[in-house]
Design a protein around this ligand. Structure first.
Ligand SMILES: CC(C)(COP(=O)(O)OP(=O)(O)OC[C@H]1O[C@@H](n2cnc3c(N)ncnc32)[C@H](O)[C@@H]1OP(=O)(O)O)[C@@H](O)C(=O)NCCC(=O)NCCS
Length: 291
């Protein structure tokens, strides 16, 4: 516990101070300043700041309720001059109390493996690594250095993605739950950097929004946001994995997308299949705590 900071809910007037110390958080910059105002008004969330003795924010963090019993923690940022004093832990304690009061019984977050400070911070406050995931990214179309991938001609898949129906949700859920991918994911599914427990309802909703696809004897949830295609969930077997991923690439190319990202469990055969198709890979961990 840090001795000097006060934690309070964030307000609109905190945006400027937060933006000032989050310009260069990572080598690529940061997205906090762009998201701050939207986040403030989102229901089912709490954003807190730690302030100095002038009530100026020197850190922030945020929690969202992602299901009746699950919370997601993210966007922890501590001013570089205030790091190493346990301030992120103090903010997490406040967020945990709030999430528990909202009915959540488990809280989770995601950390890229290179981020040692973050791993240290969450392990000190009781989070445990529960799932190893790999984010795989591939530029395609005009964004690709070689539009055909790997410097050679893109080989279309022998499989074609077809829209799946709500009735496919149950067999897909069952297959994944007992298969290698679902077991490695411990029942969690990813979407836009957030993980929550997969339910059959996720898949029926995906079918209703045209993002649930049947590919050979497997399935995938494929979303398009702008020019980026994201696969948050998929179910396949090792022998079908290369063709399923090729079919995803075919679909993304057909939509004119510029990039594809896959959220995969760290299962050797599926990660290797992605690498062979030219995806770059970033290992990460989902961490969880009881609330
Ligand atoms: C990750 C982060 C939120 C941790 O906040 P914090 O309040 O400094 O957390 P802690 O005080 O518990 O320190 C955690 C670890 O940071 C490292 N650390 C300590 N002093 C540090 C300093 N001055 N500068 C950078 N890292 C420091 C140490 O490894 C420490 O672990 P230790 O206490 O076992 O030695 C903060 O480093 C940060 O804002 N990083 C950039 C944004 C980020 O990566 N956010 C998380 C995304 S998943």
């Amino acid at each position: 516990m840090s001795a000097t900071t006060v934690i309070r809910p964030a307000g609109a007037s905190d945006g400027e101070a937060i933006a000032a110390f989050t310009q260069d958080t990572f080598a690529w910059g940061d997205y906090i300043a762009d998201s701050f105002d939207t986040w403030l008004s989102e229901p089912g969330t709490l954003m807190v700041v730690a302030v100095d003795d002038q009530d100026t924010p020197i850190a922030m963090s945020r929690a969202r309720i992602v299901s009746p019993i699950e919370a997601w923690f993210h966007a922890a940022r501590v001013h570089p001059g205030w790091r190493g004093r346990g301030i992120a832990g103090d903010m997490a304690a406040e967020l945990r109390v709030w999430a528990r009061e909202e009915g959540a019984v488990v809280g989770r977050l995601l950390i890229e493996d290179w981020n040692e400070a973050s791993v240290r911070h969450v392990e000190k406050i009781g989070f445990r690594r529960v799932v190893d995931v790999v984010r795989c990214v591939k530029p395609i179309g005009d964004a690709s250095p070689s539009p055909n991938g790997n410097g050679s001609r893109r080989v279309p898949s022998r499989l074609r993605a077809r829209p799946a129906h709500a009735a496919d949700a149950t067999p897909a859920y069952a297959s994944w739950s007992i298969g290698e991918l679902g077991r490695a994911m411990r029942g969690l599914t990813g979407s836009r950097w957030t993980y929550a427990r997969l339910t059959i309802n996720h898949l029926t909703s995906a079918a209703k929004s045209d993002s649930f696809w049947e590919i050979g004897s497997g399935w995938a949830v494929i979303d398009t946001q702008g020019d980026a295609v994201e696969v948050g969930w998929l179910e396949t077997r090792s022998e079908d994995a290369p063709d399923l991923l090729r079919a995803v690439i075919d679909l993304a190319v057909g939509r004119g997308a510029e990039s594809i990202s896959l959220w995969l469990p760290a299962v050797d055969w599926i990660v290797k299949a992605a690498k062979r198709l030219g995806f770059s890979t970033e290992p990460m961990g989902v961490y969880a705590v009881e609330l």
